[in-house]
Design a protein. Structure first.
Length: 306
């Protein structure tokens, strides 16, 4: 017996495993631009299929995170099968088909937020989707309790506080994606002997994005390699070092502009904070990357948080 429902805002089909209708689909809460819902019930299977995605009205791509409070879950996406124990965390992409089984009685918190606010490469998101971590692994000891507390109290926060807490959720989910992408089975054996150095360079760049003097020459000198060798390292990445720095700065600006409500800083202030010294150049680069001006992007983010 199938019937329709939503998994934290994403349309899904529900197949109860008990023979009785599943009645554990509460209305989601909003915390800024984050949707939160808590499912509790007897065994059931939730599936988001290709045809269901095609019939669903087009919305901004979302990422989902499940925090398993009790019971067990098994999520399948992109050919991966992730078993989620009590206290575990699983990540999925609502834009692609997935299925999650709850074999017995369960309780889980589900969070959904726009992909664009994570600031992670699409490649990393694809590697991370359909994988899970245990309650004591990686960022699990921080992320699990934090999300559990938010799920229980999301309705009580005023709008501006909710906006800021949503930003913290995005930061932590971004860290989760980075961890899962680095540790996932699809990454095993990739990259060759230089992958460790490439990761060191990427970390160095991410830590110094606010510095307007972050140049290929400075990056190469910090790693005791030539600029030519630095560029060769990133040939397989399909991006130049300068373009990577600009891309990461734009992603940081997009996250900040998309999160703030009434107390939002000016576009110029955000650009300068993330290493752009020329406002006109920043606006042009942002429009090329995201298809809208920084000011329009900020308005879109505020609209979604309402």
């Amino acid at each position: 017996m199938f019937r329709g429902g939503t998994v934290s805002g994403a349309a899904a089909r529900v197949h109860p495993l008990t023979g009785r209708p599943f009645d554990g689909l509460p209305a989601p809460h909003r915390l800024g631009y984050v949707r939160i819902s808590t499912l509790e019930g007897d065994g059931a299977r939730f599936s988001r299929t290709v045809d269901l995605i095609a019939r669903t009205p087009r919305t901004e791509p979302q990422v989902g995170v499940g925090v398993q409070v009790s019971g067990r879950a098994v999520l399948e996406q992109d050919g991966r099968r992730a078993e989620v124990p009590p206290g575990g965390i699983v990540l999925y992409d609502t834009g692609r088909p997935f299925a999650v089984d709850y074999p017995g009685r369960f309780r889980t918190h589900l969070f959904q937020l726009p992909r664009r606010l994570l600031g992670v490469p699409e490649r990393d998101l694809r590697h991370a989707a359909g994988t899970a971590i245990g309650p004591a692994d990686g960022c699990g000891p921080v992320l699990g309790p934090f999300l559990g507390t938010l799920a229980a109290s999301a309705h009580s926060y005023p709008g501006p506080v909710g906006d800021h807490l949503a930003g913290r959720v995005a930061d932590l989910v971004s860290a989760l994606v980075t961890q899962l992408a680095a540790d996932g089975p699809d990454r095993a054996g990739l990259g060759g002997p230089n992958e460790h150095l490439v990761r060191r360079v990427r970390d160095y760049i991410d830590q110094r994005l606010r510095d307007p003097e972050l140049t290929p020459e400075r990056i190469a000198r910090a790693h005791r390699i030539s600029v030519r060798y630095l560029h060769r390292l990133f040939e397989d990445e399909g991006v130049t070092v300068s373009r990577l720095v600009r891309q990461r700065r734009l992603e940081a600006c997009a996250r900040e502009l998309g999160r703030h409500g009434r107390t939002a800083p000016t576009v110029a202030a955000v650009a300068q904070r993330w290493g752009f010294v020329n406002p006109a150049h920043f606006s042009r680069a942002f429009r090329v990357a995201y298809g809208v001006s920084p000011r329009d992007w900020r308005s879109l983010g505020n609209d979604e948080a309402c």
